[in-house]
Write a protein of this length. Sequence first.
Length: 323
Amino acid sequence: MVASKRLKKTVKSKTGVEVETIYCRRCMEMKKPNNFYSSVDDLDSNGYFSICKSCCDSIYNSYYNVEHDMAKAMLRTCRKINLRFDEGALEATIIHIKTAMDSGRNYSNILGLYKGKLSVSLKSNFSDRGEYLDLTFTEPTISLPPTEPLDDSEESFDLKQYWGENLNFDDYVFLEKEMAEWKKTHKCDTKAEETLLKEICHKQLEIRKKREESKGNSPAVLVKELQQLMVTAAIDPSKTATIGAGKSQDAFSSFIKIIEEKEPADFYKDKELFKDYDKLDFYFRKYVTRPLKNFITQSRDFNVETEEEEFEMEDLFKEIDDS
């Protein structure tokens, strides 16, 4: 009886080299390729993360134990391992986990599930349009809501310092969400712009509470104050529409003005009149064509200035004849 040889499972890297084991730089162990997630960064030439799956899951679990919130834990994990954070993929992951838990199953590999949902989510948004699918981390524009309940952590302290202390958890969530939406569509680079946007968010919260107290009735005075704040911040709808229209008109008219001032317009009766207005053809013949011709044919064509002089003289004679 002949003993069968045990075949080692090998994987080819991006460079074509067969990989049997991969080193994890966190636990400092050599492991098989199936213990690693596929890489999203070109720096990992073997096609796999430099941190194994168990270490990635450990990073996520440690953040979750601190945050007690899946979105914040996933954001911090993605930031650390250079993986893209996508709100749609996270939402799909949460729904998948809830569905599994309802049927009696439990997921321990949450990061792996998220990574799979991430690929599906981004491919549906980018690949259909032929765009490059980048799975590396970029700082998201969304603002994640605070974790309930507010505690004595540094994050909760900063939140109270920014919005004020006499607010409940739902108020902070509303203010953070509204501020994130305003920043998506409006400029917020200076302290003055940020202050006005904060006041607008506070006024929106005040209107919301007033409507809840009056059972849906619109507080006209507060709405008018909100409109005045928007006018002051130059973000009211009418002004925004006017500014946008003006920019598009000015941009096109400025473009035409630059062309008319810097370059001659096309003269349809004589196409040769402004054919080489900047004398690029003369420059090309002098510094490119002539040296190449001298090098290849061994000619001695050095006196090219006479061509420009002849060109100018012909124009001068033509102007004299026309006059």
